[in-house]
Design a binder for this molecule. Structure first.
Ligand SMILES: Nc1nc(=O)c2c([nH]1)NC[C@@H]1CN(c3ccc(C(=O)N[C@@H](CCC(=O)O)C(=O)O)cc3)CN21
Ligand SMILES: O=c1ccn([C@H]2C[C@H](O)[C@@H](COP(=O)(O)O)O2)c(=O)[nH]1
Length: 355
């Protein structure tokens, strides 16, 4: 497909600009045909005069599609990529950053977050709940190493039915869950020998520090364990979460080193807000703001149809979430505890995932 957008998309984008979008998170000023990316005040869709927060996303998508550097990436699919972007969202009043320009399966993303918090790194529990977003990586390894051309549904069913098979083929290595709640430590014994020490539960530690020392600048959950990267199916993308307390409100900034803007972002933004809401509830704080920052933010070249379609759409309305129960700990949440209301998105847009 030729670079740039169809006339239909350009018409829609111009309409949005006329509707006063200068206030949204991104403005692109062209000087000698060079776009300059600027961030401005975070704004939600709370009032009719304020641009909908989702324009930050759509503007970023359009910018990358039109100006991103085109390259061959690890997956071989190819991307257009930029370095550095920020999207902000205010969680006040139960608002959640769920995209409205396509349906996002928030329960799938929520199940994934709850799975991270258990410390599990095997896809078995996900597959058992019908969550297949991680299945492609173990499946790819299985096909490569055995030569068996098994279908994804058959592979997933076998993972669920057969514990030994799941143990052999379903593990992703020490990914998010392991690092978040059981970061490995080692203690010297003697003569240069070490034994395993107790694992570090970063999530529990951050809850403790938020309660006992809210003004700390060290409320961090880190997934990037350098020594273990090679053992992971994929090194963490949403790698660093930093929390901040001000005026009784809990905010969180995520640094995501690599972002698939067409597919992964919707889940990552939701999960960032979800984690912040759970942490706030556990610490008796009000939800504040979420700040998403991306390093390499890209669009896969085989997402052209998604990009074209989504950029014809205009964001409208917004989702709210109620947490129906306050569990005794951050590790006690269940999927039934989350209720989403006011979510009336436009149709789902399917897109292939690059493995
Ligand atoms: N290329 C790529 N993009 C990603 O977003 C991504 C990875 N790889 N690898 C690891 C995880 C897995 N994640 C994924 C994988 C697939 C979907 C996906 O297919 N989402 C569909 C619907 C999924 C469903 O609910 O069944 C979507 O339309 O959002 C989302 C996130 C996020 N991550
Ligand atoms: O939560 C996630 C996990 C992964 N992604 C995307 C970002 C990239 O497109 C790939 C990872 O490939 P790398 O070569 O390791 O960067 O997955 C995401 O957007 N969100």
């Amino acid at each position: 497909m030729a670079r740039g957008l169809s006339k239909k998309v350009r018409r829609q984008q111009n309409g949005a600009a006329l509707a006063g979008r200068a206030l949204s998170g991104f403005n692109f000023r062209r000087k000698a045909d060079k776009p300059v990316l600027m961030t401005t005040t975070p704004l939600n869709a709370a009032s009719t005069t304020v641009p909908h927060w989702e324009w930050q996303y759509l503007d970023l998508m359009r910018h990358i599609w039109e100006h991103g550097d085109e390259r061959v990436d690890r997956t071989g699919v190819g991307t257009r990529s930029i370095m550095g972007a920020t999207i902000r969202f205010d969680l006040s009043g139960g608002a959640m950053p769920l995209l409205t320009t396509k349906r996002v399966y928030w329960k799938t993303a929520t199940r994934e977050m709850l799975w991270f918090l258990t410390g599990d790194t095997n896809i078995r529990q996900l597959c058992a709940q019908g969550v297949e977003i991680w299945t492609d990586w173990p499946l790819d390894r299985y096909r490569r190493e055995t030569g068996e051309d098994i279908s994804r549904p058959d592979f997933s069913a076998r993972i669920v039915a057969d514990a030994a098979f799941a143990a052999a083929w379903g593990d992703l290595g020490p990914v998010y869950g392991k690092q978040w709640v059981d970061w490995a430590t080692y203690e010297p014994v003697q003569d240069g020998l070490f034994r395993r020490g107790p694992g570090v539960n970063q999530v529990a530690q951050v809850i403790d520090s938020l309660r006992s020392n809210p003004g700390s600048r060290r409320h961090i959950i880190e997934g990037w364990n350098v020594a273990e990267l090679d053992a992971m199916a994929l090194p963490p993308c949403h790698k660093t979460y930093q929390f901040h307390v001000a005026g009784g409100r809990l905010s969180c900034l995520l640094y995501q080193r690599s972002c698939d803007l067409g597919l992964g972002f919707a889940f990552n933004m939701w999960s960032l807000a979800l984690l912040t809401r759970m942490m706030a509830q556990q610490c008796n704080l009000e939800p504040g703001e979420v700040v998403w920052t991306g390093g390499d933010v890209h669009l896969y070249l085989n997402h052209a149809a998604l990009v074209e379609e989504q950029l014809t759409r205009r964001p409208e309305g917004g989702a709210r979430m109620t947490i129906l129960r306050q569990p005794e700990s951050i590790f006690g949440y269940r999927i039934e505890d989350f209720e989403v209301t006011d979510y009336a998105p436009q149709a789902h847009i399917a897109a292939p995932v690059a493995v």
